[in-house]
Design a protein around this ligand. Sequence first.
Ligand code: UDP
Length: 462
Amino acid sequence: MAVKGKRRPHVLAVPFPAQGHVRPLMKLCRRIASRGIKVTFVNTEYIHGKVFAAMSEEDKKKNSMQLISIPDGLPPEDDRSPGIELMESVIRTMPGNLTNLIEKINCENSGEKITCVIADITIGWILDVTQKLGAESVVFHPAAAAGMAMILQIPKLIRAGNLDTYGSVTKNELIDLSDNIPPWRRNELTWSIPGDLKTQKIAFECFAAAGKTANHAKWMLCNTFNELESSAGNLIPNFLPIGPLVSTNKQESSAIDGSFWLEDTTCFSWLEEQPIGSVIYVSFGSIAVFCQDQLNELALALELSGRPFLWVVRSNLANGSSVKYPNGFRERVAKRGKIVEWAPQEKVLAHSSIACFLSHCGWNSTVEGLSMGVPFLCWPYFSDQFHNQNYICDVWKIGLRLNPDENGLRSRHEIMTKIEMLLSEYRIKVSAIKLKEMVLKNVSGLGSSSQNFDRFIDHLKN
Ligand code: UDP
């Protein structure tokens, strides 16, 4: 039941506690707040601390939302990496914590009670709880509409015997939802974590529960746009694509949108020194990790390519520990290779020196790259990233796959060959530029995403 009347709208937003989820929802909420709507953004205490630490004093002053936190139920010493402990703890503690929070807000501000809760689909089931407190339910999907459509099909796929209780594909067949959406292979589903079936089962159950709740949500907001995924959109009730959520304000720091780490802004002066369209940007998002042998192959490929590169090497990229580079590598590439722990990615991708994006194909990275017209070298790690790769290479034709060898490694030869192929393939660059233009059209005043967002704001206000 939605309680609206003449009350001032007050949105409460709840992301799943991971970088690829917090960031797009914060971007969306900042836009909502810029339309004069009160927004309270709820992170877990741990994430709240990280987001605050990465913001400058100026970012904090400019912030237009109320940023608050609730405990995640884990002990202080836990590393809180996305996995089974975090998921189980969120499931156990979030319903009670959110109920208490909403009741407290509603009691202390009777004129500004929570009128709408926007929840990330991963914890979409929480809306069953918040709806009872009189707030309207809105689901936010930070990834492709295709993934959202797939989540809604879970009951049907279980009934048909296509999925087992772990969310694994039972028959070795492709799952096909529509002609214009690439079919999913066995380990390409949003909840797929082939090496960790226990966590996969919990993720699958969360998505299955969220799918049921989502069917009753007022809107299903998605970080995509109509022209990009119209077939998937047709399979989703109350679908409202409002993406891609990319930062357009060049003057503004991207840390204001919920970066978990300090961004190394020395990238910019370095990029300025590189020739136009020359730099390979390498980044695997916030979760992917690799064995040391694989990282050696990548380092040597970047060296042998002879091209400038900007490589994001998180402190835990080597399976949780710090990366060891091949002997003498840093010295040999010093003049044309820049390595940073965390980059201002969107602004980097928008820089004229960038030639291509070697990416894990997380959805945020995917829409950021395509919004800037940058061709991709695809190296998916898990979850929906394989399906995003299929979109990039087979449907939009703006990238190439980096294929693993018989040992599961992407060899230096494979990486070098594909870099050269990608950069000499004129048609890929043309497709990438066309897609960038399509994005611009969709997010401009009369574009469909922009109009959908206006519609959502009108609904919140009226
Ligand atoms: N990102 C960033 N700096 C980096 C690497 C990534 O700001 O050095 C941001 C990137 O712009 C994106 C998010 O982190 O918004 C990663 O989300 P994505 O869905 O691509 O991948 P995930 O981290 O969820 O695997």
